[in-house]
Design a binder for this molecule. Structure first.
Ligand SMILES: [Zn+2]
Ligand SMILES: [Zn+2]
Length: 175
């Protein structure tokens, strides 16, 4: 702790939207899993802030983590992390962009979520790191970046994409 690499968690591939374990398993399983994750450090697993000092909301949110192979279309649930709102929404920037385009969130909020995550990544990886998210666009998963496999700090990592191989198509994802 903190597990900075959680900020690199990709947006969930579209074919799997609406299918998280929390919806497939029981309410009590999900409530228990969330409670265990939040109690583990009583702080954001990514940036280490305690809920009372967090910027956007004074509580932790639960994020379901997956290993994803973007060539094979293989996704596996690997556990649930507790994150502050800023770190959590940074991971879900694709969803935030959709909400922004629909006018459901404010631009200032969207930009400050991206700035929150980007500044943590720069602190961790260096000011010139290419592993940041750009606003107002759909950011590719970080593991699509050619330098992904060269950053030793990232290992062991659970997200894979090889640009020399075809990308998994919609129907490749197991439902
Ligand atoms: Zn955080
Ligand atoms: Zn999440």
């Amino acid at each position: 702790m903190p597990y900075h690499y959680l900020l690199l968690h990709p947006n969930i591939p579209k074919p799997l939207h609406g299918m998280p374990p929390r919806e497939l398993l029981s309410h009590s399983w999900w409530n228990q899993t969330k409670a265990i994750a939040k109690a583990k450090f009583n702080a954001c697993w990514s940036c280490g802030v305690s809920p009372s000092k967090a910027k956007f909301r004074k509580w932790l949110e639960a994020h379901e983590c997956y290993s994803i192979d973007f060539n094979m279309g293989q996704v596996a649930y690997t556990g649930t992390a507790a994150l502050c709102h800023g770190c959590h929404q940074f991971i879900h920037d694709g969803r935030l962009l959709i909400l922004l385009e629909k006018g459901e969130i404010k631009e200032g909020y969207y930009l400050s979520v991206l700035a929150h995550g980007n500044s943590l990544l720069k602190d961790w990886l260096g000011i010139k790191t290419p592993f940041i998210k750009r606003p107002f666009q759909a950011n590719e998963p970080f593991c699509y970046h050619p330098e992904w496999s060269t950053v030793t700090k990232f290992k062991p990592l659970e997200w894979k994409f090889n640009a020399n191989l075809p990308e998994a198509q919609w129907e490749d994802y197991q439902r």
